[in-house]
Ligand binder design. Structure first.
Ligand code: UD1
Length: 369
């Protein structure tokens, strides 16, 4: 009599998200995983971001399934937040017994879940590996270094990231240059976003306003730095409308320091589609966000980065990004140059083509054997 054995070759992957920039990165990966036989993706939301405007809206707009597991860790100091994610995520891992943990980006949840995986000897895949600002005062830089030191599969968005990893001794076989999942999401939703009417309610015109985001502790937690940046924005707002959808942390700092935004229009944070619409139509973006440096590169909107370094140099060499720093006069000079037409639109960086999520999932599926 023939004996048939059914082999269980399903690979269970815990896809981790925690904070706002993680959601658009996980969306194309979760989608590609769902379409791949033999892979079972479960979504774990750590709850690092929890306000509806910082979290829920991204799930509904991007069609991300509801999280299978919600850890509810919330805010706290770095140690508190990291520790809470670790304690809760360890329980999830012990219960779910995943074959792989997939983390994205560089937030505290990324590092915390990687540490848990490494200690439980569960392989970890890091999406957006190898980015380095060289600035260890940035919490994200610590998260990147720790995550990449421990990860087993490292998916990169650019060649410079591969070089950084090689320099740090990461074996070549672990590194996969796959492109940029954030850009997968942008290209997929660009048309839908363009159909929204965002400009008239704000009283601004296409190519007739500056869009601002700021939330880095180094910019908003120091009253002198935040004051200087806000002064530059106030000067700009005298001649061009300035729209500033504000992170809860920055709003609190404006109140705490008693800062006067002048004619700068401060709004609540927007959802993904709304913000994409605003970014696409802006004459210039001023930001300290990592993701916006990448998105403006594809949208061909000039981007002034209000930081002293960037972990995304490809947005400068291949994109619209200009590193400006935080000094009031330097911001204003760069703003005048760019709005005077002195900036270079550039081609998209290699493999930022809308298919990074599929490439990642192919590699993961191939790692089963
Ligand atoms: C985190 C990430 C940062 C990312 C940013 C995107 C780290 C170290 N930082 O920074 O890399 O660019 O998310 O937004 O992981 N808060 C709310 N509602 C929320 C979430 C936060 O009010 O839903 C407030 C809380 O007061 C909290 C503060 O914002 O203390 C900061 O939140 P936190 O998650 O610690 O860091 P972010 O500044 O958001």
């Amino acid at each position: 009599m023939a004996v048939f054995m059914v082999l269980d070759i399903t690979m269970k992957v815990l896809n981790v998200v925690g904070a706002r920039p993680n959601f658009m990165k996980i969306a194309p990966i979760a989608e590609a995983m769902k379409a791949t036989p033999g892979l079972q993706g479960l979504l774990v939301h750590t709850g690092q971001h929890y306000d509806a405007g910082m979290s829920d809206i991204f799930f509904s707009e991007l069609g991300i399934p509801r999280p299978d597991v919600y850890l509810g860790v919330g805010s706290g100091s770095h140690a508190e937040q990291t520790a809470r994610v670790m304690v809760e995520f360890e329980k999830t891992c012990l219960q779910e017994k995943p074959d792989l943990i997939l983390v994205v980006g560089d937030v505290n949840s990324t590092m915390a879940c990687t540490l848990v995986g490494a200690k439980l000897v569960i392989p970890v895949a890091h999406v957006e590996a190898g980015l380095r600002s060289g600035d260890r005062t940035m919490p994200e830089e610590i998260n990147r270094l720790v995550t990449d030191a421990l990860a087993d599969l490292l998916f990169t968005t650019s060649r410079d990231a591969d070089e950084n990893l090689a320099r740090e001794g990461v074996p070549k076989e672990k590194i996969y240059f796959v492109g940029n999942v954030m850009i997968d999401t942008l290209l997929k939703h660009r048309e839908k976003a363009s159909a929204l009417d965002m400009l008239s309610p704000l009283g601004v015109k296409r190519n007739g306003y500056a869009l601002v985001t700021l939330h880095r502790p180094s910019n908003v937690d120091d009253p002198a730095v935040f004051t200087g940046i806000l002064e530059a924005l106030r000067v700009i707002a005298e001649t061009l409308p300035v729209v500033f959808p504000i992170h809860p942390r920055s709003r609190r700092k404006i109140e705490e320091f008693g800062l006067d935004p002048g004619r700068v229009q401060i709004t609540d944070p927007f959802g993904y589609l709304e913000f994409l619409n605003l970014m696409s139509n802006a004459s210039v973006v001023l930001t300290d966000s990592g993701g916006l440096q990448e998105e403006t590169t594809i949208l061909r909107v000039p981007c002034l980065t209000l930081r002293h370094n960037t972990e995304r140099p490809v947005t400068i060499t291949h994109g619209t990004n200009i590193l400006v720093g935080t000094d009031r006069e330097r911001i204003l000079n760069a703003y005048r140059r760019v709005t005077g037409g002195d900036w270079k639109p550039a081609g998209p960086p290699e493999l930022w083509d809308g298919h990074a999520g599929e490439r990642i999932v192919q590699v993961i599926a191939g790692s089963r054997n």
